[in-house]
Design a protein around this ligand. Structure first.
Ligand SMILES: Nc1ncnc2c1ncn2[C@@H]1O[C@H](COP(=O)(O)OP(=O)(O)OP(=O)(O)O)[C@@H](O)[C@H]1O
Length: 462
């Protein structure tokens, strides 16, 4: 039998008898003549079980129990009480003692109670190890998230990263889809080979095939030399197809053929070239609904959707906001010239209350801006952009009331589009989800309103 026990009793003879019995059973035993001495020993050593007398000179067993459990609520303690003091024994149990033993002690009863106590100690210990292991496996470097939905993401990523299966990541813009795709690549045997990401919404239809599969010299006007597409360039590695829902149906057919045959043909080429890439794709659209509408091929969907990972929007994991903000502050403070080391409480409250339609990407850029604006070493409310300080809180933000004289709807729409484009650094693919529009709809509206980066003509793409 292994295990450590601390006996606390002010009667020396009692201590010695119990110590002899327990050492005879193989336990490692220490003894203390009173509560104070016991607490001193507990400061430097850990004991699995504390066996203490109730009535002692100086500190009572009850007070010792309270102090011990205050420091470690899971400490296993057994109270020894004089015959006929059941009330105190019950009180000790209520306070959190594991059990009590009536004096004079009976050897068998003592050993049986200790055996049960050690069963519990071992169970708790195993539980702690499991919890620790769970924590270790459910985190990925540089991806912050303690929310159960993120833990589930980490669990799946850790499990499937080493396999060859295709993965489809669902999530709104800025929720970390590319970060997760990269983590899957980094956790796979392909990690030393290239990881290439392509945003299907940002590439014009006419160039998509060449981007994916490459082209031969002279394949089309402007193709002055042979160029490899990302399928060939990433060979042995991973291709990440972001915003797959924006890919045209014609292109989807070509992609499906490439996945099935594991071969591609460069645009203008005459031969098929074998390729070996793992495909991870991502979307913020409901592809199943797109299939019903005829906008997405069902057979391709099943090829891509072998493993599905759903990333929650930031507003659904509010408990992660503070840790993410802190992570970005640290990231910024590593940069030259930035002296910020934290976020002031009132600013943090505004950050926590905000709805984050642009998700983690928006939070990251707000913190970056705050770190640059801050005059002290803490980010203050005045260092945050208006949309956050104006308290458009998660609980029902209602930005507009219809003014008494009505409104010019076109003007309102135009302004909102400009605001979204500014927030998305003039990348249409990133601005579109902020407005709940598809890439094509937003592109059309940018042209219609003649919105460009310089507010002049042109659509300001990329
Ligand atoms: N959990 C996280 N921990 C730390 N950083 C994160 C996390 N999630 C996202 N980020 C950061 O937020 C930014 C946006 O993430 P990412 O580009 O992966 O999002 P996305 O979902 O692919 O966006 P989009 O759909 O617009 O392409 C990146 O700078 C990324 O590093």
């Amino acid at each position: 039998m292994t295990g450590t026990i601390l006996i606390v009793d002010d009667e020396r003879a009692q201590r010695e008898i119990i110590q002899t019995i327990l050492e005879g059973e193989g336990y490692r035993v220490a003894a203390a003549p009173g509560g104070r001495e016991a607490l001193e020993q507990l400061e430097t050593s850990e004991f699995d079980v504390i066996l203490t007398d109730l009535k002692m000179q100086g500190m009572s067993g009850m007070e010792l129990l309270e102090r011990v459990l205050e420091a470690d609520p899971l400490q296993c303690a057994i109270m020894m009480t004089a015959h006929g003091t059941v009330d105190s024994a019950v009180e000790a149990m209520k306070k959190g003692a594991f059990d009590y033993l009536e004096k004079p002690l009976e050897r068998d009863n003592l050993l049986l109670t200790l055996r049960r106590a050690f069963e519990r100690v071992n169970l708790l210990r195993e539980n702690r190890v499991l919890q620790k292991r769970l924590k270790e496996t459910s985190s990925i470097p540089n991806i912050i998230g303690e929310h159960p939905k993120m833990r589930e993401v980490f669990r799946i990523v850790t499990k499937i990263a080493p396999t060859a299966s295709t993965v489809l990541i669902y999530g709104e813009s800025g929720t970390g889809k590319e970060l997760v795709a990269k983590a899957i690549h980094d956790g796979s045997p392909r990690k030393d080979k290239p990881f290439f990401a392509i945003n299907c919404a940002a590439i014009p239809e006419s160039l998509m095939e060449s981007e994916l599969f490459g082209h031969e010299k002279g394949a089309f006007t402007g193709a002055s030399s042979r160029e490899l597409g990302i399928f060939e360039a990433a060979t042995g590695g991973t291709v990440f197809l972001d915003e797959i829902g924006e890919m045209s149906v014609a292109m989807q057919a070509k992609l499906l053929r490439a996945i099935q045959s594991k071969e591609i043909r460069r645009v203008g080429g005459k031969v098929n070239i074998p390729v070996d890439v793992r495909i991870i794709s991502a979307t913020n659209r409901d592809l199943e609904a797109e299939i019903k509408r005829g906008g997405f091929r069902e057979d391709l969907f099943y090829r891509l959707n072998v493993i599905r990972i759903t990333l929650p929007p930031l507003r659904e994991r509010g408990s992660d906001i503070a840790a993410l903000a802190d992570f970005f502050v640290k990231k910024c403070s590593a940069q030259a010239g930035v002296t910020v080391r934290g976020i002031a409480k009132p600013a943090l409250k505004l950050i926590m209350d905000y709805s984050w339609p642009g998700n983690v990407r928006q939070l990251e850029s707000v913190i970056e801006r705050g770190a640059l604006m801050a005059e002290s070493d803490l980010i203050q409310p005045e260092d945050l952009p208006a949309e956050i300080t104006e308290g458009l809180s998660r609980a029902g933000w209602l930005p507009f009331e219809l003014p008494p004289d009505g409104i010019q709807f076109d003007e309102l729409e135009r302004n909102l589009i400009i605001k979204a484009m500014e927030r998305a650094d003039w990348v249409i693919a990133k601005a579109a989800p902020l407005l709940g529009m598809s890439y094509k709809t937003l592109q059309y509206r940018l042209e219609k309103f003649e919105i460009g980066r310089d507010r002049g003509t042109g659509n300001g793409d990329q």
